[in-house]
Structures are given as structure tokens and as C-alpha cells.
Design a protein around this ligand. Structure first.
Ligand code: E4P
Length: 218
């Protein structure tokens, strides 16, 4: 399973990259705004910087919601760097655009996915990645992981090549469960990735080992 980090924060991207386990980055307009990145030029420069930092897929989201606008924006984004994956919302014109991008060899990430029906449409259109938003579904008191599991089953029996990119991850358990039910990729905040490291028995065990080792040095 691939690990992407879900942020536009360069320090966090660097920290995850330095761990040696990072396969890519996802961003969205809200994450860009959170870093104070506004305006086309600033946004484009930020994508270029991220692409130079990480040798992996970098999702860059279109703002347009009409077919022509999505195509124009997506082609411009894709031309920025070989790492760019064009992130397209799950709407009617988005599906048409994904089909177009797929025919041109431009990779896509279909975002804002909340049902298996949407997942089937995106796969039929040839999306490279599909982003079901686990955390936002859980927030509604539904089961985000059940959705990932159902999509994984459908994609497997239908032979769809679209990769399931579990998104809106909130915690380490979401990562473990996503791996268990067959997600191909998880995109996570740095806190969830680092959360995987934690176990009190590791801390207790290490403290004991170091203490025992120190006895020999007295
Ligand atoms: C996916 O690519 C999105 O950027 C992201 O995972 C959304 O997560 P959120 O629900 O925490 O905003």
C-alpha cells in the first residue's frame, strides 16, 4: 500500500519524506488556503516546489466545475511536472473530463467520493485514483471503512484498474483498516502517519533495554 501525505505544508511534507516511506502528496484548495497560498501563480509555484521535494505522485486539484474549464486547467497542471496527477471532483463534467484525460494519458484522482456508484463511474471513465473520504463519512455516523471495503470488492471482481486512495484519514487506525480491506493508497495527515509508531510497550521495552545496557557501563 502506498503512503501519500495529505497537506500543502512544506515542513510536514519534508518530515514525512525524510522518514523514507512517502510515495506522494495530495492537496486540495482548502489545504492550500490553510498555508496562505492564494492566486494562480502562487499555487502553481507551490505545486512545482512540492514536485521537486517528492519523487512521487502529487495531486493538484482543479477549481473549474465545467467540462471546458476542467480540461483547460487540468492540461495546464499536468504540464507543470511529470509527477502531477490532476484531481477532479466527482461531478458529471468531472467524469467526462476524466475520460478525456485518460484518453490523453493524463493521470487523474477523482475526489469527493462517497458511494460505490460514484466509484464505478470513475473507474469506467478511467480514473487513475479514486478518493473515498473515510473520515467525513464517519463524521456523519456512517461507516467509511465499509465503503472502502465494498469498492475494493467491486473493483476486484470487475477487474477495474483504478486505484483506491483512502482519503480523509483521521487517525492511525484508519490507515491499518484501509490496508486490511484492500485500499491501494492512503493519504494521511502527518499525525496519523507518526501515530503508527506509537505503542507503550515499545517505550517501556526500550527504556528497560537502555537501563540494562547502562548497568554494564557503571
Ligand atoms: C483528499 O485528497 C482530501 O484532500 C482530504 O483527504 C480531505 O480530508 P478532510 O476530510 O480531512 O478534509
Amino acid at each position: 500500500m502506498k503512503f501519500f501525505i495529505d497537506t500543502a505544508n512544506l515542513a510536514q511534507i519534508k518530515e514525512a519524506h525524510d522518514l523514507g516511506i512517502l510515495d506522494g502528496v495530495t492537496t486540495n484548495p482548502s489545504l492550500m488556503a490553510k498555508e496562505g497560498i492564494f492566486g494562480e501563480e502562487a499555487v502553481i509555484n507551490h505545486y512545482k516546489t512540492i514536485c521537486e521535494m517528492v519523487d512521487g505522485d502529487v495531486s493538484a486539484e482543479v477549481i473549474s466545475t465545467d467540462y471546458e474549464g476542467i480540461i483547460a486547467e487540468g492540461e495546464k497542471l499536468a504540464a507543470l511536472h511529470k509527477n502531477i496527477v490532476v484531481k477532479v471532483p466527482m461531478i458529471k463534467d468531472g467524469i467526462k473530463a476524466i475520460k478525456y484525460f485518460s484518453s490523453k494519458g493524463i493521470r487523474t484522482n477523482c475526489t469527493l467520493v462517497f458511494s460505490s456508484g460514484q466509484a464505478i463511474l470513475a473507474a469506467k471513465a478511467g480514473a487513475t485514483y479514486l478518493s473515498p473520504f473515510i473520515g467525513r463519512i464517519d463524521d456523519m455516523n456512517w461507516d467509511g471503512m465499509e465503503l472502502i471495503s465494498q469498492i475494493a470488492h467491486i473493483y476486484s471482481i470487475q477487474g477495474y484498474e483504478t486505484q483506491i486512495l483512502a482519503a480523509s484519514i483521521r487517525n492511525p487506525l484508519h490507515i491499518v483498516k484501509s490496508a486490511e480491506v484492500g485500499a491501494h493508497v492512503v493519504t494521511c495527515p502527518l499525525s496519523a502517519i507518526l501515530g503508527l509508531l506509537k505503542h507503550p510497550l515499545t517505550d517501556i521495552g526500550l527504556a528497560q533495554f537502555l537501563a540494562d545496557h547502562a548497568k554494564g557501563n557503571k
